[in-house]
Write a protein that binds this ligand. Structure first.
Ligand code: ADP
Ligand code: 5GP
Length: 207
């Protein structure tokens, strides 16, 4: 726990709403930044290279793996995704107070293995029926992709136990509030506040 940076992992089965919730969180806490992952997935309409993902081909992804450039990486729904170590350096360099990772449970496990102080949040849909409806409503993937993502939901939900917090994204405003509350709670963790307490004690000794 050598570091004051808040590392916040947000995971969910595809379509449960983690992108929606993450965007809201980053708007609310301007001192947090989004960890931009690398992926071999093709961009969806509206996605911007360098903002939503670094879109790369398989050869480039393998090169980065060989160079040891990733803090974690995994195959998810048939594509490769990874978090570059340089994202953590960027976060420090730009002076942010925390980094938000949108990664699957395999990525969450790898980040937690390296950084025990990282906080993990798992977002559940209210029901599997609603999950499917959201995947269809998002209308950004073809039918086979929707089917594949829906069929993977069970395995992802089985891994909720890797996470520190679980939110049900039913009523959106409530889920947003819950996620913001987690950031406040994590910021108040004793190990993050200990320096403040000790500084007050040192001052009161002298004065
Ligand atoms: P994920 O990033 O987990 O795959 P998205 O954030 O893309 O999910 O959300 C999937 C779809 O569900 C989007 O169309 C989004 O607008 C919608 N959605 C998100 N949260 C809710 C909610 N609480 N109620 C209804 N629809 C929602
Ligand atoms: P999507 O294709 O919908 O953007 O993301 C699909 C899945 O990949 C989601 O579960 C998302 O959290 C996960 N994902 C995105 N980036 C990363 C990453 O860098 N590492 C890992 N392990 N998973 C990621």
């Amino acid at each position: 726990m050598d570091d004051d940076l808040l590392l916040l992992i947000i995971s969910s089965p595809s379509g449960a709403g983690k992108t929606t919730l993450t965007r809201d969180l980053l708007e609310h806490f301007q001192d947090l930044t989004f960890s931009v992952s690398h992926t071999t997935r093709k961009p969806r309409e509206g996605e911007v290279d360098g903002r939503d993902y670094h879109f790369v081909d398989q050869a480039r992804f393998s090169e980065l793996v060989a160079q040891g450039a990733f803090a974690e990486w995994a195959e998810v729904h048939g594509n490769l995704y990874g978090t570059a170590l340089s994202e953590i350096e960027r976060c420090r360099r730009e002076g942010h107070r925390g980094l938000v990772f949108d990664v699957d449970y395999q990525g969450a496990r790898q980040i937690k293995a390296a950084r025990d102080d990282a906080a993990g949040v798992f977002v559940l849909p209210p029901s599997l029926q609603e999950l499917r409806a959201r995947l269809e409503r998002r209308a950004s993937d073809d039918d086979a992709t929707i089917e594949r993502r829906f069929n993977n939901a069970r395995r992802e939900i089985e891994n909720y136990g890797l996470f520190d917090y679980v939110i049900v994204n039913d009523e959106l405003e409530l889920a947003k509030e819950q996620l913001r509350s987690i950031v406040w709670a994590e910021r108040a963790r004793r190990f993050r506040m200990a320096k403040r307490g000790e500084a007050l004690l040192r001052r009161s000794k002298v004065g």
